[in-house]
Design a protein around this ligand. Structure first.
Ligand code: IVH
Length: 578
């Protein structure tokens, strides 16, 4: 007998609807995919035991991705189904057994990366791209043609031979991890809400109404299938090769393989999982497909998913720990960021003791308090995040956390602009801000000074060797030798990487200056319209506004920066130093 009552079942459905709303409408998941799948499975199990309970609003009865206002809905010629999930060797074995049983013989499988992005369908007529749709409810999706056209690598015209009169390809639009991190950093600094993960970032971006805004999100696509069953191709492996010949970005051969049994599939999965953290995009598992396309017809589909494929999901990189404290960090533009100080816990190769909590609203939304037991997760990017609180373990006395009213470093009263989530320390001389500015200046994304990481930079500042950016280029071996821990080799390494950074490209130099609201995308646009560094200070608001992609806020912030004589002087010094 199940210990669940009908009320528990209805509560589960209600909770899932809330999680769906946050996931699909706000692109801010409240729980991890793994926990979500477990809840869904619980609903399915309960419905099997008590078919009389099944509610019309159950996620099993219901389509999940909701249409978005502002887009036209168009029917898919071939429905876009989703995949059943599996998490274990046994479940893969069961899938293989099922396929063998239904076919009455054995089969071979094509295993490939499961990209963690947004499913899309692209339609080509006589070799020309005519339409792009989201999955929507699987039967009809949002027409996002103009947004798809901004994505690098989507061919407007197919290349090569054997071009069908009508072709619909299926693929995944995603935001590369690097782009995600850069754009999120810019969002954090602009005081905006950050995206929870690259998948949400891609979802939100695809649904923007202005394609020019979508272009700035630097989305990419990976195409992995053809919707039409009638083709000259016989296997899924051939599909990948043909898609590539037509000019689509596809999974390279190291990211797909042919297998015949669960052992081979698991070995491939382990190989992929070991590379997961270093891939430039997020994956959440692998997809196993019967390789022979004729068998797809024979196996058919259930209402929701094909019988010829299954997803094997990698376990989310999660652990449970306790929030020992919430401290506040001051960033280079003065934004105060709350940070969870965690009871150290080992997770996927490293010990984690801190995680950014982004802003006060995020803390309120997840109701995170000091003393809480929390689930933390390491996504594809290495920065850990707090997924949610385990409320069942919350002691009764925990108090709601509040952002301090004064900067924890310089004690200036903090400010919060209307409409922004960020709280800032307005004091540009605040020590924390200048330390962060210097660290950012030398970082990989900016001047890329290899041996000048956070620790070294803080030491240089502490000893008064770096007060301005240009001081970095005046450092001598003798000065460095006076610092603890610096040997001949490390001094040489540091000086040569400082020297090498003089070759940095102009957009990175502009970015390194740390002008508010100027991210790498904007820096690139600005760099394109000047001959060299010397011209930057002469750009006017009007000139900047002529550049497509630059708005009022950025233009004013840029010009304001150059109205400060000390900034101009500093850039002149940097030019003199090479
Ligand atoms: S095949 C019937 N192959 O995973 C659906 N899907 O959980 C056949 N996905 O909606 C899909 N990588 O958005 C397929 N290599 C891959 C995939 C892939 C990512 C996504 C896709 C699908 C979802 C199902």
């Amino acid at each position: 007998m199940s210990k669940f009552t009908k009320e528990d079942y209805l509560k589960l459905i209600h909770d899932i609807a809330k999680y769906d709303e946050y996931y699909y409408q706000h692109h801010k998941p409240l729980i991890s995919d793994f926990t979500y799948d477990q809840l869904l499975k619980q609903v399915e199990d309960l419905e099997k035991q008590h078919p009389e309970w099944i509610a019309a609003s159950s996620p099993t009865q219901d389509v999940r991705e909701r249409p978005t206002k502002g887009f036209v809905q168009v029917a898919h010629e071939v429905p876009m189904l989703s995949l059943a999930n599996s998490y274990s060797y046994e479940e893969i074995e069961d899938f293989i057994k099922r396929v063998h049983k239904l076919l009455g013989r054995s089969a071979s499988f094509c295993a490939e990366l499961k990209m963690d992005g947004i499913a899309v369908s692209l339609r080509y007529e006589k070799g020309l791209f005519v339409r792009g749709l989201t999955r929507g409810d699987g039967k009809e999706g949002d027409d996002i043609t103009r947004n798809i056209m901004t994505i690098k690598g989507v061919p407007s015209k197919l290349h090569g031979e054997h071009i069908p009169a009508i072709l619909e390809v299926r693929g995944e639009v995603y935001m590369p991890k690097e782009v995600f991190m850069q754009l999120n950093l810019a969002k954090e600094e602009a005081g905006e809400d950050v995206w929870a993960n690259p998948r949400n970032a891609a979802a939100g971006s695809l649904k923007l109404l202005d394609p020019e805004e979508v272009r700035k999100r630097h989305l990419e696509i990976m195409v992995y299938g053809i919707a039409q069953q009638e083709t000259f191709l016989t296997t899924q492996s051939e599909v990948h090769v043909q898609l590539q010949k037509w000019g689509f970005p596809t999974l390279s051969s190291e990211y797909r393989t042919e297998c015949i049994d669960a052992d081979e599939l698991l070995t491939f999965a382990q190989k992929i999982e070991s590379k997961r953290a270093t891939l430039p995009f997020e994956i959440d598992g692998m997809v196993i497909k019967v390789n022979c396309l004729k068998d797809w017809d024979l196996l058919g589909t259930t209402a929701k998913s094909p019988r010829w494929a299954i997803a094997y999901k990698f376990s989310a990189l999660q652990a449970t720990t306790v929030i020992e404290d919430i401290t506040v960090q001051v960033g280079r533009t003065g934004v105060l960021t709350p940070v969870a100080e965690l009871k150290p816990v080992f997770l996927a190769g490293s010990t984690i003791s801190r995680a950014s909590l982004h802003n006060e609203e995020e803390i309120q939304r997840k109701d995170i308090r000091i003393g809480d037991h929390v689930i933390i997760e390491k996504g594809g990017d290495v920065i850990p995040k707090v997924v949610n609180v385990d409320f069942s373990q919350r002691p009764s006395h925990l108090i709601v956390w509040k952002m301090p009213t004064r900067c924890p470093i310089c004690e200036t009263l903090v400010v919060k602009k209307e409409g922004e989530v960020a709280v800032r320390c307005p004091n540009v001389k605040c020590l924390a801000q200048s330390q962060r500015r210097f660290i950012f200046f030398a970082s990989k994304q900016a001047m890329d000074i290899d041996h000048l990481g956070e620790k070294v930079m803080l030491k240089l500042i502490e000893h008064g060797l770096v007060k301005d950016f240009s001081d970095i280029y005046r450092l001598t071996a003798e000065q460095l030798a006076t610092l603890e821990g610096f040997q001949e080799k490390s001094i040489q390494n540091l000086l040569s990487s400082i020297e090498a950074s003089k070759q940095v490209i102009l957009p990175k130099f502009i970015l390194a200056l740390g002008i508010a609201h100027v991210g790498i995308g904007t820096a690139e646009l600005i760099a394109e319209c000047v001959k060299g560094v010397e011209d930057l200070q002469h750009l006017t608001v009007d000139r900047l506004l002529q550049i497509e992609g630059i708005g009022d806020k950025v233009a004013h912030s840029f010009v304001e920066y150059f109205q400060n004589q000390s900034h101009i002087h500093e850039i002149e010094e940097l030019i003199k130093l090479g």
